[in-house]
Ligand binder design. Structure first.
Ligand SMILES: NC(=O)c1ccc[n+]([C@@H]2O[C@H](COP(=O)([O-])OP(=O)(O)OC[C@H]3O[C@@H](n4cnc5c(N)ncnc54)[C@H](O)[C@@H]3O)[C@@H](O)[C@H]2O)c1
Length: 326
């Protein structure tokens, strides 16, 4: 298939481009490098520009695509609280331009990067796709708004579209890893603190109602996420319009991650424990039965050892990340 990947210079997008190319797809990337990296770019045609420029976006579709995979977005939860309009503008308005071009005939299929943040803080675990969507921050609300917009446009026009709701993306693939600034994700922060003395790592609360008192999250290897996107573009014609969780169905605590990282890196890690962060539920875990049954997707690399081993390989070989910030 001829596939347009928005955000293909970013963390999950670049890993998915790598996997698409390995499967023989023709890939083009749309990115403005606002958070992505030129060094993460595959050697494929690049459309450099922002989704906010509607004439640029429609020009990208002059020659229609078989599928669009839409990763491009801002995704820092805290920043979305302090600067919500930045998030509504980039994520929602940018996606509108893209969806409009697809609805005008620019592509046959649409796969969207959504997030577990659309669920907010449900009490009942594991989270199924029918769990009510009550996002608790602007980031999650922008993603839910895009889901609605995509769903309405897809049913009006009649193109198949899938929203993949990822839980916590983690790990690395050959030559490509996680390099966000600021880095707010647990695993890269922990591993970067081992190679960069300027990066601190602490545990936010160890008095939760979990077996070891630290929060539990569902970590999913980016190699598995990449496979799920390929399965989604291949299956979306039959699936139609739907939302699918991408997680392992299992969860790991912060303490388990610290212990695993300590074993794999051979370093002693004894982080400071500080008070809880506001809005951190004790446990967020996906039910992944729908992904298994509809996509035939089974995570193969998302055990904690593989995630930490691959992420450590990236961080220890790239202590400054891609080192391409101005
Ligand atoms: N990382 C996670 O754990 C996680 C979890 C759930 C959902 N997601 C979603 O997955 C997607 C990818 O996440 P990531 O961690 O790879 O993010 P990332 O920041 O590494 O990548 C995003 C990419 O999109 C590009 N981009 C952003 N706005 C753009 C615009 N207006 N025009 C053109 N390009 C633009 C950036 O330059 C970057 O290359 C995002 O939509 C995010 O919300 C991520």
């Amino acid at each position: 298939m001829r596939v347009l990947v928005t955000g293909g210079a970013g963390y999950i997008g670049s890993a998915t481009v790598q996997a698409l190319l390995a499967k023989g797809h023709d890939v083009e990337i749309l990115d403005n490098f606002s958070t992505g990296h030129r060094k993460a770019l595959a050697d494929v045609p690049l459309h450099e520009g922002t989704l906010l420029d509607d004439s640029f976006v429609s020009s990208v579709f002059a020659n229609p695509f078989d599928a669009v995979i839409h990763f491009a977005a801002f995704s820092l939860v805290g920043e979305s609280v302090t600067d919500p309009l930045k998030y509504y503008r980039n994520n929602v308005a940018g996606s509108l331009n893209l969806i409009k071009s697809v609805a005008d005939g620019g592509a046959k299929r649409f796969v969207f990067s959504s997030t577990a943040a659309v669920y907010g803080e449900p009490d009942k675990m594991p989270i199924v796709e029918s769990t009510p969507t009550v996002p608790v921050n602007p980031y999650g609300r922008t993603k839910l708004a895009i889901e609605y917009c995509l769903g309405d446009a897809a049913s009006a026009v009649g193109f198949p579209a899938v929203a993949l709701r990822y839980f916590n993306a983690a790990g690395a693939v050959p030559g490509l890893g996680e390099d966000h600034e600021p880095e707010t994700h647990l695993i890269p922060r922990l591993l970067r603190s081992l190679v960069d003395e300027n990066v601190s790592f602490k545990i936010f609360g160890n008095d939760y109602d979990t077996p070891d008192g630290t929060c539990i999250r569902d970590y999913i290897h980016i190699a598995d996420l990449a496979v799920a996107h390929i399965k989604a573009i291949e299956a979306v014609d039959e699936i139609g319009l739907t939302q699918i969780n991408l997680g392992t169905g299992d969860g790991q605590s912060v303490q388990e991650i610290v212990e695993c990282a300590s074993r794999i890196t051979g370093r002693e890690i004894s982080p400071a424990i500080t008070s809880r962060r506001a809005g951190d539920p004790p446990r967020l875990v996906a039910a992944n039965d729908k992904a298994k049954s509809i996509l035939g997707w089974i995570p193969k690399k998302s055990d904690l050892d593989s995630i930490i081993t691959d992420a450590w390989n990236w961080h220890s070989n790239n202590p400054d990340g891609y080192n391409d910030r101005g």
